[in-house]
Design a protein around this ligand. Structure first.
Ligand SMILES: [Ca+2]
Ligand SMILES: [Ca+2]
Length: 218
């Protein structure tokens, strides 16, 4: 609906082409060519002259016409399984460093809400922000110390049962499950909660309420 409206507005020249943000691949078509909705929320299309084989389209904000994964200008980096999170954007007010974690900054969301709602709240802070994905025990401990509570983390098995992915789309590599977890209990538990007391994970129903921590790549 939104895509169709923007397309119509662009076609009629009502607004200047700025940025079209996508959420899924089907929204990315150009002259009959199927593109991909990249993690940063813009469409890319096949282009053999890019090392990645994909180039951002014409209405992709600061990414316009750049090769996907092109780090040559220093503003785009690679983290978490090779998926792209832009770097060099800075982080919003309220994000702070945690002890022993020099690379990223974090913000606590003290409001209890569903996993999806917390993931969206982090995403809304910028293209370089996501529901925190602890990469190791140090990062998990730091995030839990900031939270002082159980929190949603950016991991789920919504796409394929028992195949846990990060919110960046890569396979989860650090999964310190609590004893007996994941158990997919209560008729399906597909979102990962980090337990404060034990610094371990439990899969929970995604519409349960918990606070969260957002992670920003400066
Ligand atoms: Ca599950
Ligand atoms: Ca569970």
């Amino acid at each position: 609906m939104r895509a169709a409206l923007i397309t119509a507005m662009l076609a009629s020249g009502c607004i200047k082409a700025a940025a079209f943000e996508c959420t899924s691949d089907p929204q990315c078509t150009r002259a009959g060519m199927q593109g991909s909705c990249e993690q940063v929320g813009f469409c890319s299309f096949p282009d053999a002259t890019c090392a990645s084989g994909r180039r951002f389209g014409d209405v992709s904000g600061s990414y316009t016409q750049q090769c996907v994964g092109d780090a040559s200008d220093g503003t785009h980096g690679f983290i978490d399984g090779g998926l792209e999170v832009p770097e060099g954007l800075g982080c919003p007010f309220g994000y702070a460093s945690l002890s022993g974690l020099p690379d990223h900054v974090y913000r606590r969301i003290g409001t209890t809400s569903s996993w999806q709602s917390q993931a969206s709240a982090c995403q809304a802070d910028g293209p370089n922000v996501y529901l925190a994905v602890p990469d190791n025990a140090t990062e998990l401990a730091g995030i839990l110390a900031l939270a002082s509570s159980n929190i949603w983390v950016g991991l789920d098995d919504l796409a394929t049962e028992n195949s846990f992915l990060t919110v960046l789309g890569s396979a989860a590599t650090f999964l310190p499950w609590a004893a007996g977890q994941p158990d997919d209990s209560n008729g399906g538990s597909d979102c990962v909660m980090a337990l404060s007391e034990s610094a371990s994970y439990d899969d929970k129903r995604c519409n349960n309420g918990a606070i969260a921590v957002c992670e920003c790549v400066p």
